[in-house]
Design a protein around this ligand. Sequence first.
Ligand code: ME8
Length: 649
Amino acid sequence: MSESCKKAYITTPIYYVNDIPHIGHAYTTIIADTLARYSRMAGLETFFLTGTDEHGQKIEEAAKKRGKSPKEYADEISGRFKALWDEFGISYDRFIRTTDEDHKLGVQAAFKKMYDKGDIYKDVYRGHYCISCEAFFTEMQLVDGEFCPECGKPTQIVEEESYFFRLSKYQEPLLKWYRENEKCILPKTRRNEVMRFVEGGLEDLSITRTSFDWGIKLPQEMNDPKHVMYVWLDALMNYLTALGYGTDEKLMDFWPARVHLIGKDILRFHAVYWPAFLMSLDLPLPKHIAAHGWWTRNGEKMSKSKGNVINPKEVADAYGLENFRYFMLREVPFGGDGDFSQKALIDRINSDLGNDLGNLLNRLIGMSSKYSDGAVSSAKVAELYPEELAELHASIDWLEPLLYEMQLHRYLEELWRPLSVANKAIDRYQPWVLMKEGKEEQALALLGLIANILAKVSVMLHPVMPQTTQTIARALGFTITPAAYEDLIVRKDLLSDFSVEKVPPLFPRIEEVRMAEAAPDVEAKQAEPKKAEKKAEKPIEGLITIDQFFETSLKVGTVVEAEEVPKSKKLLLLKVDLGEETPRQIVAGIKEWYAPADLLGTQVCVVANLKPAKLMGMLSEGMLLAAKDDEGLALIRPERPVAVGTAIG
Ligand code: ME8
């Protein structure tokens, strides 16, 4: 682990209990879980915190609507978050609730400390308040003089006695912190945004309310019982109280946090208010505040009223929890917004996971059982395949910094490079040919290379797909542990000799969408049809559904053998490697346009699930895709070489 400290404290936001968990919450939590798992595997003492944010007017009102007390209501929704994270195997060390007793005491202790220091004073507040966002806005920030710039709901003018935090005092220290710590806010573009905001001037912040009850009271010795704390002061403090701040401080040596993971919606609170509170408490500032982008569905914000909220459990049940984890991290560059699409998820499962990773393992299992009765050795790998091994280790060296910069999609992209090295090595050296030619040592060392690639990729993929990677490791005779990380990744050792254990296919191909599409969007239907919809007045005939399309399995393969069919003017007999145990035999009517020698080693696109047929007495197990015009026939080929067996779609 290159970041020096031996402890890592990783947090998610604590989620409001006025909403049920959806894929946005799951996204943040899964990223944080991945970082925590990596950090533990890399030998760091790790503390991973998540939880729920339960005070404030919004929750008080939501509870009232349901005829419940705020606490009863908070218990119910908080329980749902916790149950989901437990079901998802989220490896949190504490699930904090802002209604926890030690949290309340810690917040009061912090308030007292800031007050004694002179950073909190009493005055009268008059401002525009949005209940939904629990935030005040200036006249200038309001939309049309009334509506909240964040959520669009009407704001209220609130005038009340309030305690204020001297935020203005921290304007310069904050700017200094941003300037001196290039990576304090990630992605870096967000740091610029925050700096512009702070340079615009900071006003003191109202941090107590008298207009509602459901919150933490001021410390008793302040003798001012009508005030409760502003929810954001209460909520942000969870990052400290979870470590025992103000009560039993035995975990405080985890502070400062390695990373506060958040969505971009709450950046201002974390990147401006929070460090200012910490400075006031004389505590060090977090190393990183990392803000990811927003998940939408069909380009729209998800909301309960639109009925388009995606339930993460439904996705996990339909497509597999770990596949879903991989997809979320791989699909969208960290910081950018992403639109959830089942088609994109299916593509990632079938292509990245099924073809690139799963097939490679199947090929190793198949070939090793055929050539060496399952025995695999690393003994000759370094000597016979030094370039491939160097490429593998070069990719791995890149990975950790990518993780620390929250470039999770690039981390996974880079991690797939060694898989492509392995798939290409098989195509290039063709172990079945080596075996035929009696070059057994080379063939078996190639299997050793593939096993080591799979092993190291599994270790680095482990934090994202904890169980699947243990299954791969089991097939390769080891278990993923911090010790295995140390050996295979840090010391770059190779696997000890082992006998391959056959495991069932890890990523069975998914042919069709498995979840119902979003319920009709009532609001959108009532709105003006969009331009694109207007254009599509005349329906295109013969349309098929995505399910129908996926009924055809199209794959890329490499021609490994080609010869003419005797006595036929039209036919060539081909063997095409589709990443399966043995190449497919395909009889293709392309002899008029292609000579066998031109085809050898080139890639073609194959209909892979066609019923086998006999042509001139020869079995044909697929069909090549081609286009024919006046000038003749042209085979359809990928624009660049891709791994054999890659699905087209
Ligand atoms: O803001 N896409 O809680 P919250 C991506 N209690 N991420 C999303 C998302 C989406 N569509 N929707 C929600 C609060 N999130 C406060 C936090 S912390 C001291 C207090 C995720 O329930 C994302 O992480 O509104 C976002 O920042 C968080 O949920 C907001 O959760």
